[in-house]
Design a protein around this ligand. Structure first.
Ligand code: GLN
Length: 480
């Protein structure tokens, strides 16, 4: 059943529904693949194949995702399975309920194959900050898969699951998708419920799909989207039938390329592939023009003030009382708190809690947090202005392809800079997808980012689909 591994999820579900393949056969194929390549890639914190078999046996053969294996990032709750956030703090935490996004997939017949590795609490760009050790990039095992959803992107790229869920606060779906040569979509803020997603920066976090085919990203989005009474920030807006919309003709489309991206340390190989991408889209009738995002250069500092401020507040709940780890050695309550947090959190999480606590403290609040929120508004307005003229904005997803392990650990700011093109999208709340636009000379994938108007995932997905038709990018898979 080699074929199943490369099949779009949409086709797998069709085959299951027609009775051409048993759901257990699907699980067999992916279980075997996981056995074969997971020891090299290390994409999973936990695999749940036995449970997938059980669920496969009980499946009625119904649903938009009938028999489709899904890998879920380990900061998204899945009932009865441990959800660790790749942190010692939650090493033995078993989820008491399902996240809405996952619950909706399950209801359509999806099968959980495992929980994927991430940077601790989704803070990072390489998965090197996982308590369980890093995931490897399937294209080059000496390089990072990106992060923080590195496990999900690597699992999909290595054909261990046809689709996966990630979470994206500042690029954590799109950047690893780019590094691993797959598709990653961050929806408009509020499109997908965050209920059951462990909070990092609540005003920026979104769950989204990581897939090899655009159609699959569209289908997953369609199933997950929509108002959820359990998340007051989920939007009560109609959900278009994305999986059908995506295949309709694109029509006349104008895209903008921000002038500023060429001034922000773009690597040579990325620049070359990005320019070729633009040429090929032009040849398909896509109109391309230069636009301006004058506040883009402030995106990194603004993001790291807003995200760390919210993180410092969100992570206050890990106190040794309510959830997870508690230090075994303490004399009084204060010492219990202190030791629990000192022992339970890794270095990057601590750095962020300290940065955020500082930015929110009396006397500094106006100078840092409030200032950052004001500049965030300017970034948002930059995008709205540009979207009066164009239907989408294109940038590379990252300035360089996947870097080597350890390369950016010494200098956290260097790590932060790799998010330059993705964080502005979260700050502006708009949707964006990363698609593979080619391989560098040493066979590393490069991603192109398509950013859309608020709530216009349709145009973003249609452009991605058009590019998939002409480039046939899902046909390129890493040798493992
Ligand atoms: N790499 C970014 C960070 O470290 C984004 C993380 C994310 O999107 N979860 O904050």
């Amino acid at each position: 059943m080699r074929d199943l591994l490369k099949m779009p999820a949409v086709r797998i579900a069709e085959a299951v529904k027609k009775g051409e393949v048993e759901p257990t056969e699907v699980v067999d194929a992916f279980a075997e693949r996981i056995k074969e390549v997971e020891p090299k890639v290390k994409a999973f914190v936990t695999t749940t194949l036995e449970r997938a078999y059980e669920d496969a046996k009980n499946l009625g053969g119904e649903g938009k995702l009938a028999g489709v294996p899904v890998a879920v990032k380990d900061n998204i709750l899945t009932y009865g399975v441990r959800t660790t956030c790749s942190s010692k703090m939650l090493e033995n935490f078993v989820a008491p309920y399902d996240a809405t996004a996952w619950e909706r997939l399950k209801r359509e017949g999806a099968l959980l194959v495992g929980k994927t590795n991430l940077d601790e609490f989704a803070m990072g760009s390489s998965t090197e900050y996982s308590y369980f050790g890093p995931t490897k990039n399937p294209w080059d095992l000496e390089r990072v898969p990106g992060g923080s959803s590195g496990g999900s992107a690597a699992a999909v790229a290595a054909l261990m699951s046809p689709v996966a869920l990630g979470s994206d606060t500042g690029g954590s779906i799109r950047q690893p998708a780019a590094f691993c040569g797959v598709v990653g979509l961050k929806p408009t803020y509020g499109r997908v419920s965050r209920y059951g997603l462990v909070a990092f920066a609540s005003s920026l976090d979104q769950i989204g799909p990581i897939t090899r085919y655009t159609e699959d990203a569209a289908l997953l989005l369609e199933v997950m989207s929509g108002k959820d009474p359990k998340d007051s920030t989920s939007a009560d807006r109609p959900v278009p039938p994305f999986s059908e919309e995506v295949k309709k003709p694109l029509g006349k489309v104008k895209v903008g390329v921000p002038r500023e991206i060429f001034e922000l340390g773009l690597g040579e190989d990325v620049k070359k592939l990005f320019e070729r991408w633009l040429e090929e889209l032009k040849a398909q009738g896509v109109e391309v023009e230069t636009v301006e995002l004058p506040h883009l250069k402030y995106a990194i500092p603004v993001y790291y003030v807003v995200a760390t401020s919210e993180a410092s507040s969100n992570l206050a709940r890990y106190d040794g009382v309510r959830y997870g780890y508690r230090t075994p050695r303490y004399r009084d309550l204060r010492e219990m708190y202190k030791r629990t947090r000192a022992e339970g959190f890794g270095p990057e999480v601590k750095r962020r809690i300290m940065l955020g606590t500082f930015a929110l403290s009396t006397g500094y609040y106006d100078a840092y947090y409030l200032k950052a929120k004001k500049v965030q508004r300017l970034i948002y307005e930059d995008f709205l202005k540009v979207f009066q003229r164009v239907d989408a904005v294109l940038t590379p997803t990252t300035p360089t392809p996947a870097f080597r392990f350890g390369e950016k650990l010494e200098n956290p700011v260097d790590m932060y800079l790799s998010d330059i093109f993705t964080v502005s999208v979260n700050l502006a709340t708009v949707p964006a997808v990363s698609v593979p636009i080619g391989l560098t000379e040493n066979k590393l994938p490069v991603g192109g980012q398509i950013i859309g108007r608020p709530w216009d995932e349709t145009t973003v997905l249609k452009l991605a689909y058009l590019w998939e038709q002409i480039s046939n990018f899902p046909s390129r898979v890493p040798e493992l």
